[in-house]
Design a protein around this ligand. Sequence first.
Ligand SMILES: Nc1ncnc2c1ncn2[C@@H]1O[C@H](COP(=O)(O)OP(=O)(O)OP(=O)(O)O)[C@@H](O)[C@H]1O
Ligand SMILES: [Mg+2]
Length: 383
Amino acid sequence: MPEKKILIIDADVASRNFIARNLLDQKYEVIQAGSGKEGLISAWRDRPDLAVIDPTITDITGEELARKLKQDARTANMPLIALSSDPSVLRIKTCTDAGFSEYITKSGQAVSTLNESVYRLLGASGAPAKQGGLLMVFLSAKGGTGTSSICANIAMNIGQNQPEARVVVVDLVLPIGSIAPIVGYTGTQNIVTVTDMTLLETSPEFFRDKLAELKLWHFNLLAGSPDPESSTHLKAGRIGEVISALKASYDYVLIDIGRSLSRITLPLIQNADINTLIVSTDASTVSLSKTILDYMKNKGVNMNSVFAILNRAVGLEGLSKAETEKALEIPIKITVPYLSSNMAFANSHHQPFILKFPKDTASIVFQEAAKEMTTLARALRAE
Ligand SMILES: Nc1ncnc2c1ncn2[C@@H]1O[C@H](COP(=O)(O)OP(=O)(O)OP(=O)(O)O)[C@@H](O)[C@H]1O
Ligand SMILES: [Mg+2]
């Protein structure tokens, strides 16, 4: 993925260099301008993805500059961050009115606030992919293969294994999510209501403090669409930004996309640290899973990031592990045994499997899967 380009407009050389160094450290490409006019020309010529502007520049005011950029089609959608030496409330208002998305006052915390804003504004596809919390996507080629149950239970085990870590589960299965009914969440907040909020409202702090906290499950939840009608109102274009904000405030972001591999979810798969593919043992699911894998490979997904789980959700019949591996041409990392009605039983009681059936083999399997996945994700990050 090409590096994102950030334009810094600031008359103060020292300040400009300081910001530039900080952004370069985070693998952004940086261009600099020492005056408003120079900045305007650079913005139109170099097409940066974002601009950091000190509005106290004097040849053109920051407000005037922002209005010009917003009125021009080439730069109308470029987010503007004011990094200002003027802390006055009036200035904040005139800048926001002129089109700045954020106003940061130059102070001790300015750099970390700036980094957070840049990361959030550039979105998932924009921000360097491997930054922030570890992203684990759960997908399957067919419905009913146990994706949601496994996603919730692995998240629970990650949270339990690492009490200091912050874990969030996001349900992106359309048209109806099923993590909420599994974990027993009945609140009204969900992916549809959250994507309907503004970029400023859905900050990393918002997600850190305002998502449902499921004590028994050791994770926070961003529930899925509650019904098909709601899903038609989903602002899909905001999903990347929401995931970026979540990655900024959680150590692990697990997303259930079920079999909804689409234009909306593909960028998540491409940016995921781990793609957990749940495969059931019937021949048709295995064959569809191979198709999905080939597609992912084609779209540049690192096959080492694929964590295949064989789930005997349909019963004891079907392909063996070896046969499945041969058909998929990738190793199966974990096999979940057939659990008869126990999985459904734990789900209907909104309880993690390991709490309901601590002695069952599957409880050990979920534990192991959680450990292996976190180890793999960290190893891939370090590459
Ligand atoms: N290993 C297993 N043994 C027995 N039953 C299982 C197993 N795994 C999942 N199930 C059951 O299969 C059903 C489907 O599981 P789940 O909802 O997790 O699948 P899904 O792939 O998310 O389905 P959907 O397509 O509806 O999103 C549930 O009733 C669940 O309890
Ligand atoms: Mg599901």
